[in-house]
Design a protein around this ligand. Sequence first.
Ligand code: B12
Length: 158
Amino acid sequence: MNSPESSMKQSGEVAAARPSGRQPVIVLGTIGHDAHIVGSSVLRFAFEEAGFRVVFLGAVVPPEEFISAAKESAADAILVSSMYGMGRIDCADFGDKCKEAGLGHVKLYLGGILVTDPEHWPETEALFKGYGFDRVYPPQTKAETAISDLKKDLGLSS
Ligand code: B12
């Protein structure tokens, strides 16, 4: 773990990479009735360490709560974790709900263990992209992968 000073330096670096100079904000949590909180917590600390402000909603979060938190915090991205296999139900139309709430510009990322049945990954990815997610990650994805992707998507990477 870095010292608070080095975290502040990193957060300053990420913010300085933006024309606005504003620290990028993500909303993060585990959707629906899903109680698995460990993966989200790992992501939380990794994103904070990388200089993002994280609005951490914890586990058992209804889709509407992600959306209201993103509006309140003027979030750049919403990161949804789904571990218990009910992702199809919890995530259906998430993108449409975000657009209806005026959040069409917000990046939507989804990861975890999304389906219970052993489908081929490209089918699973296509299914959830159809629900409006910009990026969909297979099980065991490392936080670093999503951090690197989000920096790219927000135009922050060097
Ligand atoms: C611990 C655990 C529990 C604990 C959770 C405690 C808690 N509060 O967190 C308890 C005992 C409560 C539990 C309950 C259940 N569980 Co459980 N659980 C697990 C277990 C063993 C470990 C999960 C974990 O903490 N992993 C450690 C973290 C660090 O890893 P991670 O969660 O995978 O997250 C990483 C990546 O996946 C990724 N990631 C995750 N989300 C996202 C999101 C984004 C955007 C990105 C980029 C990356 C990302 O980043 C993280 C860091 O690298 C897994 C098995 C497993 N090996 O995964 C089963 C597992 C997830 N559980 C499972 C099931 C079925 C259940 C129950 C439904 C069982 C039941 N019948 O009651 C209930 C559901 C309860 C509920 N309402 O959610 C299944 C899910 C099957 C599926 N999806 O098809 C699993 C896979 C076990 C299995 N092999 O069957 N569980």
